[in-house]
Design a protein around this ligand. Structure first.
Ligand code: T4K
Length: 364
């Protein structure tokens, strides 16, 4: 049994001494927010790190999705999305008065199944909003083909996708707009934070106006907006953490492989089928049944290990929020999937020990 509890994740943090100079700048100038110099620097440095044109830094990942919907003028329409996601995807859609239409997932990749999208398109459909689940790239070409055929916009929920690539480019470069998260639990964190990425200058301009109450360069409000700003303090945390991002990604890949090597010895566990460009930021394990998962989870909890059921329940089953729409694959996987502890500060011995504990519990 571990002395201290081991949770599913821990923030990746740069040494405090790297943050200090940024904070001193803020304290000396008094510029704390409103698109200040550190937010602008974070946008430039992150864009250059990821090899994307531009980033619009915002206050969180949920707001990034909402802003993307607003910038593309989709309010009130139907948006096709995945049920296998965090509730934030749904809430962003609903706050923009859009109707979520769920399309089931591929049981191997855990991403939206593009072959099932077309059947759900109606005259009210305006966009497709897939999620790159656990940083694993969606079937981008197939989604683009359906979108183009029906004149739909594509917004990727890329909350997990920092550090993932697809065909040699950052995964954030795909879609009309990609919305990511810089939450404390994500690969790159600004405490709370998020960002929108688009190659279209008009949408980029719209996003910048929306995040600042709808104001553009003039004093007149150019459009409807709200307060979606990232603060200077959050950008400072992001700038210092950005310097450790490559190392954090390497570390994550190694520990992912370690878990995979150990757990592959069980003939009863299944893993997400991932593309080479996946950032391996999460380690999900799929059990044969929910009963088996609950038994193993309980056993790990006794050893002071606290994995998380991402994502459970399947979002289409939140019946107080959405009309009943059956998605059997997502509902089934949601009940059988558990994400194991994986983060920078967890050492290889602990990963090995958790892997072994899990194998033993499987036998019990
Ligand atoms: N789209 C998708 C697909 C998402 O997964 C998310 C967020 C979003 C959109 C929206 O992005 P944001 O608006 O959040 O930027 C967590 C995160 O809060 C959430 O960001 C994330 N997805 C979701 C998958 O996981 P919880 O409820 O599991 O968080 P919590 O607080 O239980 O944290 C998990 C573990 O992390 C804790 O056991 C301990 C550790 N932790 C957490 C925090 C907050 C720390 O060590 N320090 C911390 O400050 O939702």
């Amino acid at each position: 049994m571990f002395k201290e509890p081991i949770y599913v994740t821990k923030p990746t943090l740069a040494p405090l001494s790297d943050l200090q100079p940024y904070l001193e700048r803020i304290w000396s100038t008094g510029v704390m927010t409103h698109n200040g110099p550190l937010v602008q620097q974070f946008e430039r440095d992150f864009a250059s790190w990821a090899g994307i044109t531009k980033l619009v830094a915002v206050c969180n990942g949920t707001m990034a999705i909402q802003m993307a919907i607003k910038a593309l003028g989709l309010e009130g329409g139907e948006i096709i999305t995945t049920p296998f996601t965090f509730i934030a995807t749904l809430s962003a859609i609903q706050w923009e008065r859009c109707v979520p239409v769920f399309v089931d997932i591929d049981p191997e990749t855990l991403n939206i199944d593009p072959a099932k999208i077309e059947k759900k398109i109606t005259s009210k459909t305006l966009a497709i909003l897939p999620v790159h689940v656990f940083g694993n790239p969606c079937e981008i070409e197939a989604i683009q083909t359906v979108a183009q055929k029906h004149g739909l916009k594509v917004i990727y929920d890329a909350a997990h996708a920092v550090g993932s690539t697809y065909k040699g480019k950052s995964l954030l470069a795909y879609g009309d707009i990609a919305a990511t998260s810089f939450h404390a639990t994500k690969m790159l964190n600004t405490v709370e934070g998020g960002g929108c990425v688009t190659a279209n200058p008009d949408w980029d301009k719209a996003l910048r106006a929306i995040r600042f109450y709808g104001f553009g360069a003039s004093k007149d409000a150019e459009r409807q907006g709200f307060n979606g700003k990232m603060t200077e303090v959050h950008a400072a945390v992001g700038l210092s953490n950005l310097k450790c991002l490559h190392a954090a990604l390497d570390d994550r890949r190694q520990k992912y492989t370690l878990y995979h090597d150990i757990l592959s010895r069980s003939g009863h566990l299944r893993f997400q089928r991932i593309d080479d460009g996946c950032n391996k930021s999460y380690f999900p394990v799929i059990f044969e049944s929910e009963a088996q998962l609950l038994r193993v989870e309980k056993g790990l909890n006794v050893q002071n290990v606290f994995p998380r059921r991402y994502f459970y329940p399947s979002v289409n089953t939140f019946v107080k929020l959405v009309a009943d729409q059956s998605c059997p694959v997502s509902e089934d996987i949601s009940k059988r999937i558990l994400c194991l502890p994986l983060y920078k500060d967890i050492d290889r011995e602990t990963v090995t020990e958790i892997g072994r504990m899990l194998l033993t519990l499987m036998e019990g």
